[in-house]
Write a protein that binds this ligand. Structure first.
Ligand code: NDP
Length: 284
């Protein structure tokens, strides 16, 4: 089975749109502020899509664009203004940042209640303590995709390839919460293939094109491919995941394609987080 991330992401946006439409006409709309620095083409595409989908579902979104020369202290001032701005309930700083700006410092300046990327240490701590928190968008998207296929994860063995703060680690927390037995692997892991062969759920988030081969997975495995790798094949440029999709898709229980799997879920989960942040802020 191929998991249709595009459709599931669209369904989520429809549900969010309905909920936003039902807000009373007099109340402020949910608002999302995105800070974009420099002219990285991929970042521009991501931000454009975030703006487009936010608008489509009734979220008031604004992109604040800055030149790469912006000083860290001035960026922090902008964030403080957004923290105090009642029209914005979500603040996102598009990564990567120029090398003279420390992303950890910048993220920790966003108030946790508006940290819709879920990267602030307070949100990270709350997620790992099992408390209510804003959850990083990509792992949350993976979790929702898995939920479509597996009603109950209890006792399943989930193997995660990659231990980054934005993917592997929060993914592990979400699956632990669902009573999975979780193995996090990384570039120093020995016998990766053998570990993957024991997975009921395999999350590949290494950023290595087609590294997971058909003989790494067992037939009942559900495979979620987070990787986005730009490669050239037979003279054509294309985007592929971390999984050798063509050779695995017939073998496993379910798998996400790249593109059209996890990617679309990430933006929908960002919008979901914005609405969650809005509801919490407005109710306080
Ligand atoms: P990072 O580079 O931050 O982390 C990669 C992780 O994979 C590291 O933990 C690294 O190990 C591990 N790794 C690298 N090579 C291997 C290997 N050969 N075997 C086992 N583990 C390995 O990447 P990100 O988490 O930021 O992104 C991962 C991928 O997901 C990328 O392709 C990225 O483009 C994609 N992505 C997709 C998103 C989406 O919306 N679909 C959103 C965000 C990212 P170590 O820690 O030891 O270095």
């Amino acid at each position: 089975m191929i998991i249709d991330g595009k459709k599931i992401a669209q369904d989520l946006r429809e549900r969010l749109k309905k909920e936003i439409n039902q807000l009373s006409a007099s109340s402020i709309k949910p608002g999302l502020a995105v800070i974009l620095i420099g002219d990285d083409p991929a970042s521009h595409i991501y931000v454009k899509n975030k703006e487009k989908y936010a608008k489509e579902i009734g979220i008031n979104s604004k992109v604040l664009r800055f030149d790469t020369s912006i000083q860290e202290k001035n960026l922090i001032k902008e964030i403080h203004q957004l923290n105090n701005d009642k029209t914005f309930h979500g603040i996102l700083v598009q990564l990567p940042l120029p090398s003279h700006i420390n992303p950890k410092k910048i993220i920790s300046e966003i108030i946790p209640a508006k940290d819709v990327d879920g990267f602030h240490p307070i949100n990270v701590g709350n997620l790992s303590s099992g408390n209510e928190s804003l959850v990083p968008c990509t792992p949350y998207g993976c979790y929702l995709l898995l939920k479509e296929i597996i009603p109950n994860f209890s006792g399943m063995h989930a193997v995660i390839i990659g231990r980054s703060n934005i993917n592997g680690k929060p993914m592990a927390q979400l699956l632990l919460k669902e009573d999975c037995t979780v193995t996090i692997t990384h570039s120093k892991t020995k016998n990766l293939k053998e570990i993957c062969l024991t997975a009921d759920i395999l999350i590949a988030a290494a950023g290595k094109a087609k590294m997971v081969k058909a003989d790494w997975v067992q037939k009942d495995c559900v495979v979620i491919d987070v990787g986005i790798n730009r490669i050239e094949e037979n003279g054509n440029k294309k985007i592929v995941g971390d999984v050798d999709f063509e050779n695995i898709k017939e073998k496993v229980k379910a798998i996400t394609p790249v593109p059209g799997g996890v990617g679309p879920m990430t933006i929908s989960c960002l919008l979901n987080n914005t609405l969650t942040a809005y509801k919490k802020i407005v109710s306080n």
